[in-house]
Ligand binder design. Structure first.
Ligand code: FE2
Length: 427
């Protein structure tokens, strides 16, 4: 659903559901932070990482600025300077506080930020109980957008906590390791797809981001897609074959990144007594050879594919396959908080969950794309340069947040996301 051109809301049926969804999504942010100590909330380990308390405040700011101030008569902001501190990147709205300095804010305290959340939640509950008739569609659409925005930040929260804890030599655990998943990696099958005209993009009546629209035709050549993501064991074989020392596999920018950053393994990997371990949300754990490889950049994904004699799928190929697949898998609700091997017989496996899958497609506008009106048009459209598309969600993505048409995007050198590899090939 497009927040600014939404079909008329059935207020009797949809608004109570929206209010319930609001409470559930907001509560999950609090639940995800429950294992944190006050000191954990304040750390920023790099510019891409935000302190947990900033995520909690920024997601509240979004509702305050884009729903409550425009549509709740008499709404009073919690603090007049929060519009500066917690604006992420909406430059047509105001000047944001510098992103790399989010970790320098000891105030507002964590307690104050939780009171800010309570203040916003009380006002949102009042608004959703009695929406001004003239603004039903806008309130509905923007609240839905705000909830999806908060789900994105819930994933970032876990991704960033992992980076924060990995930076600490004590290697703290955010959660218990959980049950072992003893599945072996099933052999890869190559699923064959006939080429022709396909349709991708979102055309339903539920929520989707503007960047998933409009649905449009694409031409696909015959192609094949691997039945599962690349495993840690397969990636270790690439490393053992000199993967990080052989420039013939690498894109030029990728080889520069290998040299400049001294990459020798995925992010968070360490060798201990001859075997590989890696930082997880349950602290340091041995690398499970059967689980999907994770925390690799697009450069590493492309180099692995070249070594394996294959390539990465385009986003249209990926979506063509995912359109027929149920949205289930190792998503946030599974509680693993790490990619795990799958022993299901389904094929393809693990399209949804476990790891975001890098594609060979650059992030750009679909034919006929129109960003949302006003400052919300900055949500997606202005990032359509120099980034690459990832598909399918990860082990820290909420199930209700992901769909076949969902387009995630990061810079090709980024590794702190739960990003992995699925191979494709020409037929
Ligand atoms: Fe945001």
């Amino acid at each position: 659903m497009n927040p600014t051109s939404h079909a008329s809301v059935d207020t009797a049926g949809e608004l109570p559901q929206l209010a319930a969804d609001y409470r559930a999504v907001r509560e999950l942010s609090r639940t995800l932070c429950a294992p944190l100590c006050t000191e954990d909330y304040c750390i920023q380990t790099m510019a891409d990482v935000s302190p947990p308390k900033w995520h909690l405040a920024h997601t509240s700011w979004f509702f305050e600025q884009f729903v409550l101030l425009p549509y709740q008569p008499g709404y009073r902001v919690f603090h007049p300077r929060y519009d500066y501190l917690f604006n992420s990147y909406y430059v047509t709205h105001g000047t944001p506080y510098p992103r790399p300095q989010r970790g320098l804010l000891s105030r507002p305290t964590v307690d104050e930020i939780y009171r800010y959340r309570d203040h916003v939640d009380a006002a949102m509950a009042a608004l959703l109980a009695q929406v001004p008739a003239a603004h039903e569609d806008d309130v509905f659409g923007r609240t839905r957008l705000g909830l999806n925005h908060e789900q994105q930040h819930q994933e970032l929260l876990l991704t960033d906590i992992k980076h924060i804890f990995a930076h600490n030599p004590l290697r703290p655990a955010y959660a218990e390791p959980g049950a072992d998943v003893a599945a072996a990696a099933r052999p890869v099958q190559w699923l064959q797809f006939a080429g022709g005209i396909a349709e991708i993009g979102y055309a339903g009546s539920d929520f989707a981001y503007d960047n998933e629209t409009p649905r449009h035709r694409v031409y696909l050549n015959d192609f094949a897609l691997a039945s599962r993501p690349v495993s840690n064991g397969e990636y270790v074989a690439f490393m053992a074959d000199g993967g990080y020392r052989r420039p013939e596999f690498w894109l030029s920018d990728g080889w520069a990144a290998v040299k400049g950053n001294a990459w020798q393994a995925p992010l968070y990997w360490e060798q201990q007594d001859g075997s590989w371990w890696h930082m997880t949300l349950a602290g340091m754990q041995p690398v499970d050879e059967a689980a999907p490889v994770c925390h690799v950049s697009l450069y590493e994904a492309a180099a692995y594919a070249a070594w394996a004699g294959a390539r990465l799928p385009t986003e249209a190929e990926w979506e063509r396959c995912a359109q027929d697949v149920a949205i289930e898998g190792n998503l946030l609700e599974s509680g693993h908080l790490r990619p795990v091997a799958s022993d299901t017989a389904a094929s393809p496996r693990q399209l949804f969950g476990d790891v975001w899958e890098w594609t060979a497609s650059a992030y750009g506008p679909y034919p006929g794309f129109r960003p949302l009106a006003g400052s919300l048009g900055e949500y997606n459209g202005k990032f359509m340069s120099s980034q690459m598309i990832l598909r399918g969600g990860s082990c820290v993505t909420s199930r209700s947040h992901i769909r076949a048409s969902y387009r995630n995007f990061f810079y090709p050198g980024d590794r702190w996301q739960f990003s992995g590899i699925r191979l494709a090939a020409d037929r």
